[in-house]
Design a protein around this ligand. Structure first.
Ligand SMILES: [Zn+2]
Length: 244
């Protein structure tokens, strides 16, 4: 296939079970919240891993126990999408590169237990060091995934290069409702509106007027992850001037 624009793919080809991996309790809702709701509507089991406690999500100390608040907000957002299997691993926020072995062990254990047919996680070109550490750990553990697992890698900080798209138009209001649960985070930055615009902008070259929103992913198989990581991670660390 020679695509000039990101291909818009049928969701029906995506299988269960589903695993989504986030560094902070909001990443997965921002990046693939509509797809998670779609999977649940198909009856697909969906498990979400939150790797950190989100403790750095309140730099001005506006709230009380920010870890508890973010855990609660994360679960409420996912409940609104129909997801109730949420696991909080409580690695320290901002320090995932220093905990790479630990998060790789946790991710590998989740792969072995769940045997996902569809995996959602970070692409390798994220600006946040925790996001890149998760992407690296997922690539390291790729041998523990079923060989035909569909790895849909998303961008939270950055738009994924060479992505494919799924139509999420039907889910835009449910995703907005889920994002509204992140009150402690929206107090700092109204990213809900920005995400609505970004999902809309993803359809810039879609001519079908019934498709107004889409979520964008790098669409890979487990055997490709380490090679793609090796190609992209050094480039983006160079561009971001971040040696970590
Ligand atoms: Zn994050």
């Amino acid at each position: 296939m020679n695509h000039m624009f990101p291909p818009l793919l049928p969701k029906q080809q995506l299988a269960a079970p589903v695993l989504a991996i986030a560094a902070h309790p909001d990443d997965e809702v921002i990046a693939c919240g509509a797809m998670l709701a779609w999977h649940r509507d198909q009856g697909h089991p969906v498990t979400v891993l939150h790797l950190t406690d989100g403790a750095r999500g309140d730099p001005d100390h506006r709230f009380g126990d920010i870890k508890a608040i973010r855990r609660s907000e994360g679960r409420e957002a996912l409940r609104r999408l129909g997801v109730d299997d949420v696991r909080s691993l409580d690695f320290p926020d901002g320090e995932l590169p220093e905990n790479l072995a630990g998060i790789a062990a946790a991710i590998g254990a989740a792969f072995a237990e769940i045997r996902p047919a569809t995996l959602y996680s970070f692409f390798f070109t994220e600006a946040h060091r925790d996001h890149r550490a998760v992407a690296r750990a997922v690539a390291q553990c790729s041998g523990d995934l079923p060989a035909d697992c569909r790895c849909l890698l998303f961008g939270v900080n950055q738009v994924v290069v060479g992505g494919t798209m799924f139509d999420t138009t039907e889910y835009v209001e449910r995703k907005q409702d889920a994002l509204a649960a992140f009150r402690s985070q929206l107090a700092y930055n109204d990213f809900a509106l920005k995400i609505r615009h970004r999902d809309h902008a993803a359809t810039v070259n879609v001519e079908d007027p019934s498709i107004q929103y889409a979520e964008l992913f790098a669409d890979l198989r487990p055997a490709e992850l380490e090679a793609v990581q090796a190609l992209t991670d050094p480039l983006f660390r160079h561009l971001l001037r971040d040696p970590s």
